[in-house]
Design a protein around this ligand. Structure first.
Ligand SMILES: Cc1ncc(COP(=O)(O)O)c(C=O)c1O
Length: 398
């Protein structure tokens, strides 16, 4: 019934994995525990809890330390990623920053692949450095450069796969092995937002920690911000302690929305895979398109790795057009279905020109240094009909 032995989560898993068979009142859907705190019947009751002897394993103390609606989401993500445990946060960046704060201390070193979400890079280079944590940035997917950068002070190696916005994939099994060979104390962390466990399960390749911006495919409806980190219990408990202190907790109603979104993760992602591949193929043939960055195309540098470790290649297609910044802007303005907005992974298709959105403050010269062309367009496919999306984009390209 489920694909728990395989390397991928199935749609059956997305609907059922990690969900209790029996709920209060025999309800099928979960309730939302919209509470900030939990009561004790007496001081004796409280003392028993504080001693760790409460007979009720489900009892909670205070909203920043735990909530049943949030816990249900965490258990479901752990089941989908096939990890021991998971901890949820108020956003993807809250998940990244709290995890790094939890696992790093002054004098430690981090290796980061270049094509990572820009706020993650900013946090590592601009913020962790204030606390005496050094880092090296290596080219996307370059495992030799990564191995050379690892020192005996390295405690974390961070990458995305596929990356944002170019869909570069990292050979996850090779990454995990080589990090372990170089430094057994270094942990690997993969931001798997673009993949989802429907397309790739990093933990099955030996990766320690898997992060998601649950704002994207997990919730799937562009209506909630959330983040998760999944991994071994002893590491997740450290990350949970950090969350209890930083307070970057997920609201119970938001947790309910993400958990509801997860039920359709399989069907949405499969459709987004198919539509994005069809869109990428159309773009690859189009005379006004320069380069298409989609790992499902044979021309993409990560094609072979993606074939090896993914079942689908995700819903984001990035491409550059001939005609530079101006023509790219015209294409974005002319499409009728996708809305111009940051984010991805939801039911609505979204489109953006990274040079005008995420990298607005950079000159064309500085954009070149980070390989972002002013003519680059990122198209995040939703669940609309592929034929409509293709016709629409064709008319926009003229
Ligand atoms: C790959 C990736 N990781 C992390 C984040 C941050 O997530 P959030 O916006 O939920 O904080 C994003 C946001 O765009 C992202 O694309």
């Amino acid at each position: 019934m489920s694909s728990t032995k395989s390397r991928l989560a199935s749609s059956t898993d997305a609907v059922h994995a990690g969900i209790p068979r029996r709920r209060a009142h025999h309800a099928l859907a979960p309730g939302i525990a919209q509470t900030a705190t939990y009561v004790f019947d007496s001081t004796a009751d409280l003392e028993q809890y504080m001693r760790g002897e409460d007979p009720d394993p489900e009892r909670e103390e205070y909203g920043r330390y735990g909530n049943p609606s949030v816990r249900e989401l965490e258990l479901r993500v752990a089941a989908l990623e096939q990890t021991d445990d998971c901890v949820a946060f108020s956003s993807g960046m809250a998940a990244v920053t709290s995890t790094l704060f939890a696992l790093l201390r002054s004098g430690d070193h981090v290796v980061l692949f270049r094509d990572c979400y820009r706020r993650t890079r900013q946090f590592v280079s601009g913020w962790l450095s204030r606390y005496g944590i050094s880092h090296d940035v290596v080219p996307p997917g370059d495992l030799d450069a990564m191995a050379n950068a690892i020192t005996d002070r390295t405690r974390l190696v961070i990458t995305e796969s596929p990356t944002n916005p170019f869909n570069y994939c990292v050979d996850l099994a090779a990454l995990a092995t080589r990090v372990r060979e170089k430094n057994r104390r270094a942990k690997t962390l993969v931001d798997s937002t673009f993949a989802t466990p429907i397309n790739c399960r990093p933990h099955s390749f030996g990766i320690d920690l898997v992060v998601h911006s649950a704002t994207k495919y997990f919730s799937g409806h562009n209506d909630v911000l959330a983040g998760v980190v999944a991994g071994p219990s002893h590491v997740i408990s450290l990350v949970r302690e950090a969350r209890d202190v930083t307070g970057a907790v997920l609201d119970p109603h938001a947790a309910f929305l993400v958990a509801r979104g997860l039920k359709t993760l399989g069907v949405r992602v499969q459709r987004q895979n198919e539509s994005a591949l069809a869109l990428a193929r159309m773009l690859a043939e189009h005379p006004k398109v320069e380069t298409v960055y989609y790992a499902g195309l044979e021309t993409h540098p990560s094609y072979a790795i993606a074939q090896k470790q993914m079942s689908g290649f995700g819903g984001v297609v990035s491409f550059t057009v001939k005609g530079g910044r101006e023509f790219a802007g015209q294409v974005v303005d002319r499409v009728k279905i996708p809305r111009i907005a940051p984010s991805l992974g939801g039911v609505e298709s979204l489109i953006e020109q990274p040079a005008l959105m995420s990298y607005f403050e950079l000159s064309d010269e500085d954009l070149k240094k980070i390989d972002i062309s002013p003519a680059l367009i990122r198209y995040a496919v939703g669940v609309e009909d592929a034929a409509d999306l293709i016709d629409d984009l064709r008319q926009a390209l003229g």
